[in-house]
Design a protein around this ligand. Structure first.
Ligand SMILES: NC(=O)c1ccc[n+]([C@@H]2O[C@H](COP(=O)([O-])OP(=O)(O)OC[C@H]3O[C@@H](n4cnc5c(N)ncnc54)[C@H](OP(=O)(O)O)[C@@H]3O)[C@@H](O)[C@H]2O)c1
Length: 319
């Protein structure tokens, strides 16, 4: 292992340093991953959820700067239009289209996917970035715990419905924006909806982010038949409206070292654009593959994983 690889791993394990702007600063300086010539997305259409704010907005800007047509998918059209205006003012060449979909609501997702399929013949990538950390237990329109619905069930359903459009692209990719918080949680196949115990939004959030990552190998296998690759990444800690609202104390404490949304977006943009295509089913941070466990307590069996998958697949009506 090279010295920089050792330092990189140490940064990851200290958490605060690795996830902050210190981590990405070190990695970009000492372990650069140059943008490949292939990072040109001209002609590609990419869909980014939660694109009106924070990291999603920065992902949209980064992909548009590489020439993609970006479908800025938002739950509130006026917030989406405001973000699009700002991004267009900063980059007049950016090709940005606002699309409306609540990614926690199955009926909305079905209608949106049907509408998109009527207007597009191909989608090159889907970036599932939309995220929530609710203060109290909230159920989605379909009666699922909101983090599970927003981070897992909605993205699964939307991707499944868009598979024909993805399969029509030459190198289709799916990217899930997860969180380093998932390292604290295992899978609980008996309480996937978090119905027992006192509800804590941060725990619900981290559990759902763990499920995103845990399902990666199954999704990679499932979608390989359509040549669709899937990756999950975690952005580190970034100063975004979402962080300010959900964790104000954390933000006050760590503000000087929080990443910019652009730094947090970097790996998602890179995973979408880089060539050759990154291997499917992996978890990434700062353009490197990362382990999915650091704690022995978060490990789970194949049986548990299979149970969680069956539950999620059943919830969205997959056979
Ligand atoms: N910031 C961090 O330090 C950090 C760390 C780890 C992971 N992440 C992850 O990064 C992603 C982006 O977070 P952020 O920090 O940029 O937060 P943010 O500023 O709150 O952005 C979240 C975006 O998701 C959208 N959204 C939420 N629920 C939605 C739904 N049901 N349908 C459609 N859009 C929905 C929000 O729309 P509205 O504006 O309409 O609410 C907003 O555009 C999330 O997945 C988050 O979990 C962030």
């Amino acid at each position: 292992m090279t010295t920089s690889a050792v330092v990189d791993e140490l940064l990851d394990r200290t958490i605060a340093l690795g996830y902050s702007r210190v981590g990405i600063g070190f990695r970009q300086r000492f372990w650069p991953t140059p943008d490949s010539d292939g990072e040109n997305l001209a002609g590609a259409t990419v869909l980014v959820t939660g694109a009106n704010s924070g990291i999603g907005r920065a992902i949209a800007a980064g992909l548009a700067a590489r020439g993609a047509t970006v479908l800025m998918t938002v739950r509130d059209r006026s917030r989406g239009e405001a973000a699009r205006r700002d991004l267009s003012a900063a980059d007049p060449d950016a090709d940005l289209v606002v699309e409306r979909c609540d990614v926690s609501a199955f009926a909305d997702i079905r209608a949106f996917a049907a509408d998109l399929s009527g207007r597009h013949s191909r989608i090159d990538a889907v970036i599932h970035n939309a995220g929530v950390l609710p203060a109290q237990r909230t159920d989605s329109a379909d009666g699922h715990e909101l983090c599970l619905a927003t981070h897992v069930l909605g993205p699964l359903l939307l991707t499944e419905l868009l598979l024909p459009l993805l399969a029509a692209a030459p190198d289709p990719r799916v990217v899930l924006v997860s969180s380093g918080g998932m390292y604290t949680q295992s899978l609980d196949a008996d309480d996937i909806e978090y119905q027992t115990g006192t509800y804590h939004g941060a725990t619900a959030y981290a559990r759902s982010k763990r499920i995103q990552v845990a399902l990666l190998p199954l999704l990679a296998q499932r979608w390989a038949g359509r040549s669709v690759t899937v990756a999950a990444m975690h952005p580190g800690w970034a100063d975004t409206p979402g962080l300010t609202q959900a964790l104000p104390g954390f933000r006050r404490l760590f503000r000087p070292i929080l990443r910019t949304p652009e730094q947090a977006a970097d790996t998602a943009v890179w995973l979408t654009a880089t060539t050759p295509t990154p291997p499917s089913g992996q978890f990434w941070h700062d353009r490197r593959m990362r382990p999915i466990h650091y704690l022995p307590t978060t490990r789970y069996t194949e049986t548990t994983l299979e149970q969680v998958w069956r539950y999620c697949a059943g919830a969205i009506g997959l056979s």
